[in-house]
Design a protein around this ligand. Structure first.
Ligand SMILES: *Cc1c(COP(=O)(O)O)cnc(C)c1O
Length: 357
């Protein structure tokens, strides 16, 4: 038997969550965001489960070429556009849509001598102040792009910084800025990430760009994905590999940071930060053992963690331990680790087999 750590991926849940996104924004086309190996879930299997999406979005050309090589003919948007003018030939040959977020990318298109034409999405900085051209430049740049021989279509997009805070004044301001600077633009627009899809109907526009919600994560701090009708897609699991009885006063794990104050029954599980389970999760973190609640004790190490199994006498060697997934939201564990479910999901390392069901 091989090491039992695995990420079970429920592709039916992924497809279900896509339908939630569609129902949330019924007048918009859906661009499923599958960057970073589909948020750690495995991009080819996820793209197949999401094939009814109207388009895919990835971070850069390498992620898109994997999809094209596997035969996906969807519209694919490169969210960062090109990183080097040398990418233009291949991007055009593979019919990839490009974000244009900076004057150097515009210049690269202007100077490009390729015979093919590409679709562009002009990214506007409406207040996030990360990528995008200033709102004051939109009309001019959109016109200049549209006039280039190598450009087929121009669309507009922007990204929201605070859509995860319901009622955020910053978001209302961004929506107003984007609407004002694009008032005379005749083409399609895209604004909403998952938080925009779920909480900001005014941001739905022509194309939504859901990511985390497809994977069953909540985009909201302290959010409850289940309440939004979303199902967890990744179930991170392993098995108990040994059970020991410890007397009072014995220390467990590296640093001997945790000591029993009464006799306990301890289980060791094949899971650690080498798998992407955060090391900062400490004593008290909840897990499910054969679907019953138990708690972490001591430090997370690279390959192993330790549990207090005193309260679950029926479990033993071979019992299934779930770290997140059904019954234990990744969002909850992320909160305990001081991060967000996005980071937990994308952080699962290559040695953890993804098992599809
Ligand atoms: C990653 C990304 C998204 C998806 O965001 P979620 O919060 O995961 O829904 C949407 N738009 C852009 C530009 C992104 O980079």
């Amino acid at each position: 038997m091989s090491r039992p750590a695995c990420a079970r991926i429920d592709l039916a849940a992924l497809t279900h969550n896509l339908s939630v996104a569609r129902k949330s924004a019924p007048r918009s086309q859906v661009m499923a965001v599958i960057k970073a190996d589909a948020y750690g879930h495995g991009v080819l299997q996820c793209a197949d489960a999401l094939k009814s999406a109207d388009a895919f979005a990835v971070a850069g050309i390498d992620e898109a070429l994997v999809l094209r090589a596997a035969g996906f003919e969807h519209r694919i948007l490169l969210l960062g556009g090109i990183f080097d003018p040398a990418e233009l030939d291949e991007a055009a040959a593979q019919n990839l849509d490009l974000v244009v977020h900076d004057a150097w990318q515009l210049a690269a298109l202007r100077n490009w001598s390729g015979a093919k034409r590409v679709n562009t999405w002009l990214k506007v900085d409406s207040g996030m102040h990360r990528l995008g051209i200033p709102t004051t430049a939109v009309a001019g740049v959109a016109q200049e792009l549209a006039a280039l021989n190598c450009v087929r279509k121009v669309r507009l997009m922007t990204h929201l910084a605070c859509a995860d805070e319901p009622g955020s004044a910053h978001t209302s301001q961004q929506l107003a800025e984007f609407a004002a600077c694009s008032r005379d633009f005749a083409g399609e627009r895209s604004i909403a990430n998952s938080a925009g899809v779920l909480a900001w109907p005014d941001a739905h526009a022509d194309w939504i760009r859901p990511g985390i919600m497809l994977y069953g994560g909540s985009p909201f701090v302290g959010g409850n994905a289940q309440a939004d009708g979303l199902l967890p897609v990744m179930h991170l699991e392993s098995r108990v590999i040994t059970v020991r009885d410890l007397a009072a006063g014995e220390a467990v794990g590296y640093g001997a940071t945790w000591k029993t104050d009464h006799p306990i029954r301890m289980g060791v599980v094949a899971m650690g930060y080498g798998d992407g389970y955060p090391r900062q999760l400490g004593t008290g973190t909840p897990v499910l053992v054969d679907d019953q609640p138990a708690r972490l004790i001591g430090r997370v190490s690279m390959d192993l963690i330790t549990l207090d199994l005193t309260a679950v006498p029926a479990v033993g060697v071979g019992s299934v331990v779930r770290f997140w997934g059904a019954g234990l939201p990744a969002d909850k564990i992320a909160g305990l680790a001081g991060t967000i479910s996005y980071e937990l999901l994308t952080g699962i390392t290559a040695r953890v087999p993804r098992v599809y069901c």
